[in-house]
Design a protein around this ligand. Structure first.
Ligand code: TYM
Length: 343
């Protein structure tokens, strides 16, 4: 069956947005706007799977929205909204909780990492998180999902849930005249030189909001001096840069910085190394500072301007939610019929 090509992705409002979020996700959201209809969601219901201070949460929802807009997402042409305003996410997640198997969720590495040793004390929501994520995507029957590498396993689970729903309810779907399958199996869009941006302090660790060291990441709201000092302090190795991407193997810190440069400049790693290969890190880092400041400075500035006008942001979210709800309600009516609920 042919599904309408549609992009969905989400970002959690759980703290400082960083360069990994920008290069792995938001910059790519912007690029997809010309080829697809897109929904970009601030996933506040995912955020509360771990404790969030209510006052901070509101601020962070607005900050992620501001980042979307400042980066260049057009909320008129596409849909920008926060998850909790569209009740279909929670409704479909419940149906998916009854489709997904315990064994599937037990394999999720992100739950294991986030729950840590104190698993018994993790919220039920944190455990069921991936089935809410599947609901986010499939509520709109989205076909393409741009994410960073760390979300790959969740996307695989989304496809498994879609497939099991289609199989389990196959006869009911057919009886309603809805074709052979109801949900598409969404394609992850993972790739480019920054699918996994690493910590600036340790090339073996992912750049993350929760790293206790602020030097490990570049935040979208860092000022130029902070960006410059973090890049200058970024860990490297004693060798000069290689002249081809192949030579970055086994040099995680060098590979990370070259990947960041390539993604910011929207060129390949080979192209970056054709320019900087054979040179010292100090020269390369100076160029990286200039590029990062030129690219991120205006975004950070615009974010600050936008969050100073929360009323405007809230209007954008309300308008986006109203438009998302129309699509979501249509899917949920079908889902309720398929499952056998009376409505
Ligand atoms: P979240 O909020 O942790 O991250 C938002 C996006 O940023 C990407 N990302 C990175 N990319 C490259 N390098 C990094 N170091 C890095 N860190 C984060 C993430 O892969 C993600 O694309 N579960 C999701 C949110 C979500 C979602 C969805 C995504 C909820 N529902 C539906 C897509 C579709 C998450 O926690 O992302």
């Amino acid at each position: 069956m042919d599904f309408k090509q549609l992009v969905f992705s989400g970002v959690q409002p759980t703290g400082n947005l960083h360069l990994g979020n920008y290069l792995g996700a938001i910059q790519r959201f912007v690029a997809l706007q010309d080829s697809y209809d897109c929904l970009y969601c601030v996933v506040d219901m995912h955020a509360i799977t771990v404790w969030q201070d209510p006052v901070e949460l509101k601020k962070q929802i607005r900050e992620v929205t501001a980042a979307f807009i400042a980066a260049g997402i057009d909320p008129k042409r596409h849909i920008v909204f926060n998850q909790s305003q569209v009740s279909g996410h929670a409704e479909l997640a419940w149906v998916f909780n009854c489709v997904a198997r315990l064994g599937w969720l037990n394999r999720m590495t992100q739950f294991k990492e986030k729950a840590g040793k104190d698993r018994e004390n993790a919220s039920v929501g944190l455990y069921a998180y991936p089935s809410l994520m599947a609901a986010d995507i499939l509520l709109y029957r989205a076909t393409h999902v741009p994410v960073g590498e760390d979300q790959k396993q969740h996307l695989e689970l989304t496809r498994d849930i879609a497939q099991k729903f289609n199989n389990d309810f196959g006869p009911s779907i057919a009886a309603k005249g809805l074709g052979e399958v109801f949900f598409p199996l969404p394609e992850p869009l993972i790739g480019g030189p920054a699918a996994r941006v690493m910590s600036l302090r340790d090339g073996a660790k992912k750049m993350s909001k929760s790293d206790p060291s602020d030097l490990s990441r570049i935040n979208l709201t860092d000022d130029a001096d902070t960006v410059a000092s973090k890049i200058r302090k970024a860990k490297t190795d004693p060798e000069p840069l290689p002249s081809e991407a192949e030579g970055l193997k086994g040099r995680p810190e060098a590979e990370n910085l070259v990947g960041i440069y390539a993604a910011l400049g929207e060129v390949s790693k080979d192209k970056v190394l054709a320019e900087f290969g054979g040179g010292q890190f100090s020269t390369f880092k100076a160029a990286l500072v200039d590029l990062a400041v030129a690219k991120l400075g205006p975004i950070g500035g615009e974010m600050k301007r936008l969050v100073a006008e929360p009323g405007h942001i809230d209007d954008i979210l309300r308008d986006g939610a109203a438009r998302a709800r129309v699509l979501a309600d249509a899917t949920m009516s079908h889902v309720k019929d398929i499952v056998g609920f009376v409505r």
